[in-house]
Design a protein around this ligand. Sequence first.
Ligand code: KE4
Length: 429
Amino acid sequence: MIRINSDKLFEEAKGLIPGGVNSPVRAFKSVGGSPVFFSSGSGAEMTDVDGNTYIDYIGSWGPHIFGHNPPFITEAIKKALATGISFGAPTSVEVDMARMITSLVPSVEMVRMVNSGTEATMSAVRAARGYTKREKIIKFEGCYHGHADYFLIKAGSGALTLGVPSSPGVTEGNAKDTLVAHYNDLSSVKSLVEANKGDIAAVIIEPVVGNMGVVIPEPDFMNGLRKLCTDEGIVLIFDEVMTGFRLSQSGAQGVFNIVPDLSTFGKVIGGGMPVGAFGGKKEIMSVVAPAGPVYQAGTLSGNPLALSAGLAALTHIKNNPGIYAELEEKGKALEEGLMDVLKKLDLNYTINRIGSMVCLFFTNEPVRDFTSAVKSDTALYGKFFHEMLNRGIYLPPAQFEAYFISTAHTGEHLESTLRAAYESLSKVS
Ligand code: KE4
């Protein structure tokens, strides 16, 4: 595939934007080569600035659960645009959005809108610290909760992809209050809790990990974590920025029937526009300013134009619960198709999937935590990525990410993807 216009744009971008991109994981650092610049998206497909079309499995890193530019979202944006973009004052759509989120997610009694997943998670931690008057938090190695200082310790996603899970610029003072446990290992959490009795404000976890590739919690792990937090007065925060409204109408917590104390959201709730949210027990959320003393703010928080897109997405979800059966069917078809391809080629790489989140790990071992995930052959993944890219399949440019299927992906899209996977894997393996 010829991509001269992308390459030209990237050369100019590198002189103007750090690394030529506005978010590191887009830069192809771990897979090599130069990023593709896109000009349009429609349904499950995107077209780059050189006119090449791709089947898209990134979906803007999760928001596009209905594919690009679904009419019910674009129409909602156009309608909102006609009456204004932003007021910096309360609007009715903010009440509609809060009502929608609290109606879909039973554990969320009160919610605050923000502008990104990072704002949601950093604010939720601050609320938990303000509510418990404790300072330390526990996160899990390989989980990614955005780029707030206290999360960039053994983080996943782009931080892991770039080989900098603990970022420079994060001070000792900040890092000392972030304790790191191991996913699917309850004893590692219990040890930290025992060693820091009464000092831990919150445990924050991706209830399904999408940022070290897809890693699924084991039943006793999540139930044990819930009990431990209840017993110790620790706020359990489910970071559902990626899983929220993707895995069910009430995210991963609806799949596992576990009630967190706070939840964070992003991606799907913005319909592709910049929206995040955090919410949960009214007793905890009531510490957030101006109801309480824990300060949290944002010029464009609850922006009516962005919320019009998000509300359209959530309204569609509320009115069409059948989409999850559709996404499960399509996810299963892709997973089983990939397993057939691996079998035909006598390969036994690991595939983890839940609903419409899939990951092919280039390792023969099961992947259940950070240690097992990083055994994947990232160089081989890079070769596979480019073979697929040149066959018109746009996968995440990093092994430690999730492929996202949308309702816009058709059987033909999946068949083309599996054909390309067979050709690509037979070439690189
Ligand atoms: P944002 O600040 O990027 O909106 O959200 C941060 C975040 C928080 N929590 C979870 C579970 C997340 O997955 C994310 C962001 N996800 C990455 C993709 N793995 C965003 C892609 C990027 O960094 O460009």
